[in-house]
Ligand binder design. Structure first.
Ligand code: 5AD
Ligand code: SF4
Length: 525
């Protein structure tokens, strides 16, 4: 398909961003090209998210716009990828006939064939244009883990340091697909299927190749990243090589590794990447599940200087009753114990999370318990969401969505204000300290940095950044955002992708202001 222009838009989470990057690499290698505006494209792809209704509505409105173009006679091929395709299934084709191709998140390796079929003939059959896992995902999970074609997609990723659409210094590597937790509100276990862990050697090989291509920061991705566990020596291999493996039951985290078994735990995986890929200056991971987060992981984080002491570990609620209804499997006290253990072993750690307000049956008292949690624990930020009933989940079937939207909105705003106070306290603690900052952006005060964080857009408040003067924005190892004037005499654009040392001069709710220390471009930068 030489040169066929594609527009690819991604909705939702980091997992989707990585999926889009892999899809893009795969299609570029096949000769497609990518454009920045849907109007310039012959193929429009939406990589969609089903976690909340809002994300779905946005995608549907985009699908509607493409439908209008097609109704006016334009020849454009529309593909819906990701969780919405998987969740809606063939129903989407009936309701939105403008959709030509559908591809679930577990089938993305098949996308080129689907596009090819749909482009060659408008009469291509549904089977040629649609790839969804359907209920196959869970029924034959063990089999699908072994024959995991998606693994090919991860393994065949392009390692182009100049790849458009990817900040070459920072990359993501998947270690686990899917999720086995079944939190009652969440659609992910249904759309992304059962938890499957990638062989450690595949992960390490990918990290090495990304480092060779210039990456200095790697973020390991998994829905519950600390549940990573790979048992070696199992009979199921592909061509003599280790294959992806279905996740073990939770019991595996509660008892010691049986004698004679060789297991790569998450702690061991972190240690291996740290030791075997020294060019990676920053190794981070998301998302952590607050239960079964072993002390061994915290000890490895303490002992390995290039592992970031940053945890994104969603609490979701501060009320035991709501946590129970959510099927989170921990109490508020257990969450607090976990956080205290984190700070006992890693005193300079930073903590972030997610919270849902307005879960069915959430009373004022439940909400106050959540407020209390946000007030008392040192969250640097929390992503706060209004509960959104999702078709197919346990919650939508069992619990009526009885918190009025207005109450959800009020609670959301109240919690944002409270989080902002907590964030301000956490950020103020860093004033006067020296930090390493990975520079991500260079801007002028006429075009301030726009950083979405916890739903809030930050604005650079540089006082010295007179009109036209260059400023820099980056992140500490703990994921705190730092804005700084570009040092005089430096070529600020060339500092993007480097780690510099800075002193923190002052703080705002979600932002630190610092100064680059002279002659302190850190090692590896
Ligand atoms: N409604 C609102 N928020 C949700 N999340 C997941 N499912 C829902 C839902 N149905 C939030 C959780 C999760 C984050 C990725 O999205 O907080 O951690
Ligand atoms: Fe969803 Fe819970 Fe799995 Fe996270 S752990 S992806 S919230 S089911």
């Amino acid at each position: 398909m030489p040169g066929v222009p594609i527009y690819l838009e991604t909705f939702g989470c980091q997992m989707n961003e990585l999926d889009s990057e892999l899809v893009r690499g795969q299609l570029l290698r096949l000769g497609y090209s990518f454009v920045d505006a849907p109007e310039q494209a012959e193929v429009v792809l939406f990589n969609t998210c089903s976690v909340r209704e809002h994300a779905e509505s946005k995608a549907y409105s985009r699908i509607g716009l493409v439908g209008k173009r097609k109704a006016q006679g334009e020849r454009v091929l529309l593909g819906v990828l990701g969780c919405m395709a998987e969740r809606d299934g063939l129903d989407m084709l009936r309701r939105y006939p403008q959709v030509d191709v559908m591809c679930g998140p577990g089938e993305l390796d098949r996308l080129p064939a689907l596009l090819d079929a749909a482009r060659r003939s408008e009469a291509a059959s549904q089977a040629e244009r649609v790839a969804l896992a359907g209920n196959r995902t869970r029924r034959s999970a063990v089999l699908s883990a072994v024959q995991d074609d998606l693994e090919t997609l991860d393994l065949s990723r392009a390692f182009d340091p100049d790849a458009e659409g990817r900040r070459a210094h920072s990359a993501q590597v998947r270690i686990t697909r899917g999720c086995n937790k079944f939190c009652t509100y969440c659609v992910v276990p249904y759309t992304r299927g059962a938890e499957v862990h990638r062989p450690p050697d595949h992960v390490i090989d990918e990290c090495k190749r990304l480092a060779d291509a210039g990456a200095i920061e790697i973020t390991l991705l998994g829905q519950t990243v600390n549940h990573y566990r790979y048992e070696h020596g199992l009979a199921v291999t592909v061509g003599g090589r280790e294959a992806p493996q279905i996740g073990p039951g939770l019991q595996a985290f509660r008892s010691p590794i049986p004698e004679g078994k060789r297991v790569t735990t998450f702690a061991r995986l972190l240690q291996r990447i740290h030791d075997e890929v020294p060019a990676i200056q920053r190794l981070r991971f998301v998302t952590s599940y607050p239960r079964d987060f072993g002390r061994d992981i915290l000890q490895v984080m303490r002992d390995c200087p290039r592992i970031c002491r940053y945890l994104h570990a969603p609490a979701q609620s501060g009320s035991d009753r709501i946590l129970g209804l959510m099927n989170r499997g921990y109490t508020r006290a257990q969450y607090e114990d976990f956080v205290h253990e984190v700070f006992e072993i890693l005193p300079d750690a930073t903590l972030a999370g997610d919270i849902i307000v307005g879960f069915p049956g959430e009373t004022d008292e439940d909400f106050q318990a959540t407020c209390d949690l946000v007030r008392t624990l040192p969250f640097k930020n929390n992503f706060i969401f209004k509960y959104s009933p999702r078709p197919g989940t346990i919650a939508i079937d069992r619990f009526p969505d009885d918190v009025p939207d207005e109450v959800k909105r009020l609670r959301n705003n109240q919690l944002l204000a409270l989080q902002s106070e907590t964030s301000a306290r956490v950020h103020a603690n860093w004033v006067g300290r020296e930090v390493d900052v990975l520079i991500e952006e260079c801007f002028t005060d006429a075009a301030p940095a726009r950083v979405p964080a916890g739903g809030v857009e930050l604005r650079w408040e540089g006082q010295r950044a007179a009109a036209g003067k260059r400023a820099l924005r980056g992140r500490t190892a703990g994921d705190l955002i730092v804005a700084m004037d570009a040092p005089s005499g430096a070529e600020p654009e060339s500092m993007v992708g480097q780690i510099v040392q800075a002193r923190v001069d002052r703080s705002a709710a979600l932002l630190l202001h610092g100064s680059v220390l002279p002659n302190t471009v850190a090692a590896g930068a």
